[in-house]
Design a protein around this ligand. Structure first.
Ligand code: G6P
Length: 588
């Protein structure tokens, strides 16, 4: 939630900061702001709305070589200029990603000391406390250290002090922050895509660390202000990964990357139908808990089906925001798997920490290299999706499903099942090249849509329904096909769109019976299946390739993603940045 970019160097700062912020808009986009140093003074410009509003209010050519910028996803206080970042109190100007949980307590204390607050945000207490502490400490690093020790919650911070106009200070705890090095200067940023146009070399700031960054130097300190030597990373992908490359939207571009993402993930773990040593060996677990949020939770449901069926291990799938607070029944024979594209989702991270504290083995399935969940889990397996910019996940979902399928095979100890993956990319390619507009043309005029399926197809329905809701704002519900008649069928009226997924031979005839039930109530049925059937129980049929049951979920999701995309486009929605959403949810 919220994106931070800062730059200090020999090049003009504003073009670098604003272009970086645009790559971070997926993290929040209700307001934006920038602070820069010009004529020995800290200047601040903030605007409500997208980065483009901010862009039209600042002069790119200003002779400023140091600044910090922010794109906001509002948590405390409505989107307004006053609540936007940067926040400035006295000598300190701050951009913040995260939440300060004890801000009211700090605010009350500072108000008693005569400090004046103007915003409704939690963030404003940070510059206020910095300024307050600085009056006594008189040293910026010591002031930051002292201030951080009073903050509860999560933060990534970019800080400028008007007594030191050559450096940006940065700190992190629970929210990601990188420091990137360019020949002519240095950046701070919430995520790698922000800096890829300029450099691929970066340092991951670790929990509790503080950094002081000038145009030609980066100093990193631990929370006791001992200097440490950070590890430098090189981002392996290309700048293209964060560009539209001629596509109208990132969502469409990312869906069209699915063939590559599938192969990259498969080939990272498998060669000649054998696991490489990149795939971990696991002991014999008796139970598995899969914990995640949003689409990653639905991947977990697919994983449950596959692991139970092929590896014969019972699996519970839980939403992380519940799991972190509920009573969990696990022991040394349980593996807790956390699935997260970003590796930073606050609830998933908290669930991971809870399992770890209880001494349970944990496995992270993550896309973003070096993210908190990846680093903190006992075991980590990366999916190879590359940077995902569209808020609605697509290629990461497919890559996670691929990896969960590989994991099911690994846990089943039946390596021969790997042959089922051979040639699957052709089916992916075939589905990517179909036209889904005719189905979208029917759905987009309706306000309600239902998705029905059984077993693993139901897990796909959950994802199809979420994709439609988040991108096109159409209310949609997913049901186990047999369950609809226990109440919800009352909502089916003349022409209600019902999308049914039916790929599993075991329940094919049962699902078809359920489709007939809705058809009898005049629903408009779009039947997605892997076996053509001539019949009048559907209005439209989408025939997908018949592949083995093991790998079928990897391909079945593609029509659902592309239908949602087309519907959202017909409805004129902001496809890559749906209203109220953010991609990386680093708050509870
Ligand atoms: C947000 C995104 C979803 C995503 C979920 C979990 O809600 O909009 O697309 O599935 O967070 O994110 P994660 O990074 O943990 O997979």
């Amino acid at each position: 939630m919220c994106g931070i970019v800062g730059y200090v160097g020999k090049e003009k700062a504003l073009p670098r900061i604003l272009s970086g912020l645009k790559f971070l808009e997926y993290r929040g986009y209700d307001s934006a702001g920038v602070a820069y140093i010009l004529n020995e003074k800290v200047n601040i410009t903030k605007r409500v709305g997208r980065i483009k509003e901010l862009e039209s209010s600042v002069d790119y050519n200003l002779d400023t070589y140091i600044g910090i910028g922010h794109t906001r996803w509002a948590t405390h206080g409505v989107p307004s200029e006053i609540n936007s970042h940067p926040h400035q109190v006295g000598k300190f100007t701050v951009v913040h990603n995260g939440i300060i949980e004890n801000y009211l307590e700090i605010k009350e204390k500072l108000i008693k000391e005569g400090v004046n607050f103007i915003s409704e945000t939690d963030t404003e207490v940070i510059p206020a406390l910095l300024d307050y502490n600085y009056k006594k400490e008189k040293d910026i690093l010591k002031t930051i250290k002292k201030t951080l020790s009073s903050l509860e919650g999560s933060y990534a911070l970019g800080i400028i002090c008007s007594d030191d106009l050559d450096n940006i200070y940065a700190a992190r705890c629970g929210s990601p922050l990188i420091i990137a090095k360019e020949d002519n200067g240095n950046f701070i940023a919430s995520d790698v895509p922000a800096i890829l146009s300029y450099t691929n070399k970066y340092i991951l700031l670790e929990e509790g660390e503080i950094a002081k960054i000038s145009k030609d130097n980066i100093s990193v300190y631990d929370n006791e202000l001992n200097k440490i030597i950070p590890k430098e990373n090189i981002f392996e992908g290309t700048e293209d990964a964060a560009m539209l490359n001629g596509y109208e939207h990132y969502m469409l571009k990312e869906i069209h990357e699915e063939e590559k993402v599938y192969l990259d993930t498969l080939n990272y773990y498998v060669e000649n139908n054998k696991f490489k040593n990149t795939m971990l060996e696991f002991k014999d677990y008796k139970h598995i808990h899969i914990v995640a949020c949003g689409s990653a939770y639905y991947v977990g449901n697919i994983g449950k089906s596959l692991i139970e069926e092929y590896a014969n291990i019972p699996v519970d799938v839980e939403v992380a925001s519940e799991y972190r607070y509920k009573k969990n029944f696990y022991d040394k024979d349980t593996l807790v798997i956390i699935i997260s594209q970003s590796g930073e989702t606050a609830d998933s991270l908290a669930a991971l920490r809870k399992a770890k504290e209880d001494g349970i083995d944990t496995l992270a399935i993550v896309n973003v290299f070096g993210s908190s969940i990846a680093r903190e889990a006992l075991y980590t397996l990366y999916v190879k999706a590359g940077p995902e910019i569209a808020v609605a996940t697509t290629k990461a979902f497919l890559a996670q499903t691929t990896l969960l399928t590989l994991l099911a095979v690994r846990l089943s100890k039946k390596e021969e099942l790997l042959k089922e993956f051979v040639g699957l990319e052709k089916s992916i390619n075939e589905l990517l090249n179909k036209d889904y507009l005719e189905y979208a043309k029917y759905i987009y005029k309706h306000n309600d849509t239902f998705f029905i399926g059984r077993l693993v197809d139901y897990a796909l329905c959950l994802e199809g329904s979420l994709k439609l809701k988040e991108t096109s704002y159409i209310n949609s519900v997913a049901f186990q096909a047999g369950e609809l008649k226990h109440g919800t069928i009352s909502l089916i009226t003349d022409g209600t769109p019902v999308i049914s997924i039916c790929t599993d031979d075991l329940v094919r005839s049962k699902t078809i019976s359920n489709i007939k039930e809705v058809k009898a109530r005049n629903a408009y049925v779009i039947f997605i299946t892997n076996e053509f059937i001539e019949s009048d129980f559907y209005d439209k049929i989408i025939v997908i390739p018949k592949v083995s049951k093991l790998v079928s979920p990897i391909i079945s999701v593609i029509p659902l993603q592309l239908i949602s995309y087309e519907v959202a486009k017909l409805r004129g929605c902001d496809i890559d940045k749906p209203r109220n959403l953010a991609k990386s949810v680093t708050v509870e």
